[in-house]
Ligand binder design. Structure first.
Ligand SMILES: Nc1ncnc2c1ncn2[C@@H]1O[C@H](COP(=O)(O)OP(=O)(O)O)[C@@H](O)[C@H]1O
Ligand SMILES: [Mg+2]
Length: 270
């Protein structure tokens, strides 16, 4: 690949990576919660994961950066790959993997430290910058998520006095500060007001194609607005996947049609 093809964007974000799952089955102890998942997340695109509660979206998402490793009785068969490399292979350090594949959760989880220290926590842990550069990095990242003007004069304050929406943007800034190649978002706006939701959506839109984004959402309009592709999970199976427009306008499977049409229980005939 030519060097220009991998030049970082003006915003300084990363270059995107392709993730894939090949025949992945996941469980906890005797229970199998995801079966035979094969899917590819093309570099630089947004993929939405949708489906009723309990269909396995979070479990699957957390397996993409090995967040389940320490969960009791967790097991996984099949391959999950990042740019063609099995992320569960012996050569992969989970900490390095999680720098490359970042994650933001449903509830904002700022660390109990100052706003600036939150943003640069990963940068420091991975020794990605000199001490003298940290403040500038904090400013750049906060500006990228649209928080700079709100917090410019309180970088040393606790993040816990920020609004929920601002805290979530802070967590996004923290995730982006380590230049991930893939960003995993698990219902990132479900606890936010409409205005903060819009801010997060706007940011996600700006992140591609520099980043590969995989977002779990219960908000079907959000999936439609934001994603290039959609995957519909139901009861631990990948029922249908395709370009978002196709899935919403011409679903091939009756369960998909029912769920995207607003049914709470897509398995039941009406
Ligand atoms: N740590 C765990 N131990 C046992 N079962 C779990 C664990 N985490 C999730 N599950 C089960 O896996 C299934 C899928 O859950 P989850 O991935 O949270 O679904 P979703 O995010 O789609 O709501 C559920 O039946 C849930 O009870
Ligand atoms: Mg979930």
């Amino acid at each position: 690949m030519s060097s220009s093809a991998r030049t970082r964007s003006a915003a300084g974000t990363a270059w995107p990576a392709v993730m894939g799952a090949n025949d992945v089955t996941i469980g906890f102890g005797a229970a199998t919660v995801m079966s035979d998942i094969t899917v590819e997340f093309p570099a630089g695109t947004v993929t939405a994961l949708v489906g009723p509660s309990g269909s396995g979206k979070t479990t699957f998402l957390r397996s993409l950066n090995r967040m389940n490793d320490k969960v009791r009785n967790f097991w996984l068969r099949g391959q999950i790959s990042l740019d063609g490399v099995d992320i569960n292979g012996p050569a992969v350090d989970p900490l390095v993997l999680r720098r490359r594949v970042g994650m933001v959760f449903q509830r904002p989880n700022p660390f109990p430290m100052s706003i600036q220290d939150n943003i640069v926590a990963g940068v420091k842990a991975h020794k990605m910058a000199k001490r003298s550069e940290l403040r500038d990095i904090a400013e750049t990242q906060l500006a990228e998520v649209g928080l700079w003007s709100a917090v410019a004069d309180r970088l040393d304050d606790s993040p816990f006095r920020l609004s929920g929406g601002q805290q979530q943007l802070l967590c996004l800034a923290r995730a982006l500060a380590v230049k991930p190649e893939v960003l995993l978002l698990d219902e990132p706006t479900s606890s936010l007001d409409p205005r903060s939701t819009e801010a997060v959506e706007e940011l996600v839109r700006r992140l591609t194609p520099d980043l590969t984004v995989i977002i779990v959402t219960h908000n079907l309009e959000q999936a439609r607005r934001l994603s290039d592709s959609t995957i519909f999970f139901y009861e631990g199976r990948l029922v249908e996947t395709g370009p978002t427009v196709d899935l919403f306008e011409r679903p091939q499977r009756p369960e998909t049609a029912r769920y995207l049409g607003g049914a709470v229980n897509p398995g039941a005939d009406r």
